[in-house]
Design a protein. Sequence first.
Length: 115
Amino acid sequence: MKKIINTGLLLLFISSFSAVSGQVVVRKSSEPFDAFAVRDQVLLEHDWQQALRFQRQIQILQALPVGCLAVAIPYRYFSCGSQFYRPYSYQNKQLYIEVDEPSSKASQSKSIIID
């Protein structure tokens, strides 16, 4: 009797968990279906979403705001208030990509105001 109760409790415990899955599509077997085309479409959508995430994370400026400070240590970068930009050359143009704040020692180094 005790074994039956334990088994019943175990089954009740296991059945209380619900399974979560992605989108489920039901179709008739007579309808044409290209699994590879669906896979390719899902990959394209994933790549597009990834590109949007990267675009939101990276801020690229073509010109720095007025009043930024040029700092040389630990590497060359510009301090513009609470944002920091590192210069990069791209297709013969100077661009500035936002970076995390360099170490605190760098903020104590020599700075030049850019107008």
